[in-house]
Write a protein that binds this ligand. Structure first.
Ligand SMILES: Cc1cc2nc3c(=O)[nH]c(=O)nc-3n(C[C@H](O)[C@H](O)[C@H](O)COP(=O)(O)OP(=O)(O)OC[C@H]3O[C@@H](n4cnc5c(N)ncnc54)[C@H](O)[C@@H]3O)c2cc1C
Length: 450
């Protein structure tokens, strides 16, 4: 390596270290114990954006408590990379206390069980919490649309555990395929089906095809990469249903270029262990079926005593208030409209709603009228496998390598923790030069001795 390169890398390292130190020093803990109590349920995209806006507008004058069942914020847009060995799970799990502590926000790790709107009280498995204002941002869960066989036999991609389960399952399939001699069994183990041709399905299928086809010749030389298949099954007539047709066409072409089969206008009917039947009477044998479609509100949210909209989400008015004006619902929990259109269940929408709800809490405290929420579509980015992506930015659609770079830039900017940004860049850089990591991470809680 050239001396100038070593010096440049050293200088960049020192600058990074100095920036990290300065960042750490700047954040002193200040917990306010006075003022109205704002409780935020859920440390996802909506919850964190509401919390940061409240701090920005009225930090020190409010008591803010954030409640989440996990002690980390899950960066879902990169979950498919956990599932396909592109990044390690820790990259996408950002400790919530690294966000709340420095900002003077109280954090309660607890599972929300119910809300008593009359008593203004949240019931959790770790006790009750009373509030003056409440922001409900508990996200969504997988919707199998009543397909019991799918619920039982597919791998959902919705949580960190889910991402890790897919990753381990894929590695297991490759390991088993390398040991069996029966050709049909081997092909079954090397067939990967992704149900759902939305952004998550496209990204997962592209990355799976990339990982499997690159890994087989280098790490599993007894296998033939041509025996592997990655198939996307999509009920609609196009991929990326909610995005521009041009984006869908690029994604379809790029998936095909990567060797992925795309079955459009096809609905998965019966999913049994190792076999999948479609409504148009097709049948395929596959050891891996990933469910990458459909969301609904979790039971806690859908059973709350308030008005509900599609999929159990909570009906809100134009100011994101529920039928109790001091209670707001945002993100995937809110059946919100903007300009007569339903607001999409996206991280960007949840973040905008978080800001809007926080602004309206402050306005209510100031006895001012709340402001109407308007959703601003900031474009979309989708990664489609090996250094290929498709993006819509400022109305322009770009594909190929530029689309892939746009995906990386947008998501890196969105990761809230500097530490996780660095870790991700490091993982991406090693992934660029080396094969993906295929260590099977067996994470089991150690049982307490009786
Ligand atoms: C695999 C995947 C990929 C995605 N990719 C993109 C993308 O690329 N771009 C995009 O814009 N959107 C993407 N989305 C959608 C995006 O993640 C959601 O729209 C967004 O997270 C919604 O934000 P939220 O705040 O409503 O919920 P979330 O971000 O899901 O946060 C909900 C929080 O509530 C907590 N919680 C839930 N139930 C309880 C309970 N009972 N008690 C306590 N805590 C609880 C959860 O632990 C979680 O931290 C993706 C989603 C998935 C699943």
């Amino acid at each position: 390596m050239k001396r100038s390169t070593i010096l440049a890398l050293g200088a960049a390292g020192l600058a990074g270290f100095a920036a990290a130190r300065a960042y750490k020093k700047d954040h002193k803990v200040r917990l306010s114990s006075t003022g109205k109590h704002v409780v935020i349920l859920g440390g996802g995209f909506g919850g964190l954006s509401a919390a940061s806006k409240l701090i920005e507008m009225a930090g020190g004058q409010l008591r803010i408590t954030l409640v989440d069942q996990h002690n980390y914020h899950l960066f879902t847009p990169m979950l498919y990379q956990v599932a396909t060995c592109g990044v390690v799970p820790y990259d996408v799990a950002i400790p919530l206390r690294s966000f709340t502590g420095p900002r003077g926000i109280r954090f309660r790790r607890a599972t929300v069980q119910n809300v008593d709107f009359e008593k203004k009280m949240v019931q959790t498995d770790a006790g009750a919490i009373t509030y003056d204002y409440l922001v409900i941002a508990l996200g969504s869960t997988t919707n199998y649309f009543g397909n019991e066989s799918a619920r039982e036999h597919t791998l959902p991609l919705k949580s960190l555990e889910g991402g890790l389960a897919v990753r381990n399952h894929v590695i297991d399939c490759l390991e088993q395929a390398a040991q069996v001699t029966n050709k049909d069994e081997q092909k079954n183990l090397l067939t990967f089906i992704v149900i759902g041709g939305g952004a998550t399905g496209v990204e997962t299928a592209g990355a799976l095809a990339d990982a499997v086809r690159n890994l087989i010749p280098r790490r599993y030389p007894t296998l033939n990469k041509n025996d592997s298949r990655v198939i996307v099954i999509e009920a609609g007539s196009k991929l990326l249903e909610h995005m521009k047709r041009e984006m869908a066409q690029i994604a379809l072409q790029e998936l095909k270029n990567a060797g992925v089969e795309v079955w459009l206008n096809t609905t998965a009917k019966n999913v049994n262990n190792g076999n999948i039947e479609t409504e148009d009477a097709r049948s395929i044998s596959a050891a891996t079926v990933v469910w990458a479609t459909g969301i609904r509100a979790g039971d806690v949210v859908s059973e709350l005593k308030t008005d509900h909209g599609k999929g159990g989400s909570i009906t809100v008015n134009g100011f994101l208030q529920t039928d109790h004006p001091e209670v707001f619902a945002i993100g995937d929990n809110a059946a919100a409209k903007s300009g007569g259109e339903s607001v999409p269940a996206l991280a960007a929408a949840a973040m905008q709603e978080g800001h809007a709800a926080a602004r309206n809490v402050i306005r209510m405290l100031q006895n001012k009228e709340p402001i109407r929420f308007w959703y601003k579509d900031l474009g979309s980015v989708v990664s489609v496998g090996h250094r290929v992506g498709v993006a819509e930015i400022a109305g322009r659609v770009i594909g190929g390598f530029s689309g892939w770079v746009a995906w990386r830039v947008v998501h890196l900017a969105r990761i809230t923790s500097f530490r996780n940004k660095l870790a991700t860049v490091l993982d991406w850089s090693t992934g660029y030069f080396y094969d993906v990591d295929t260590a099977r991470l067996e994470i089991q809680e150690r049982k307490q001795a009786a």
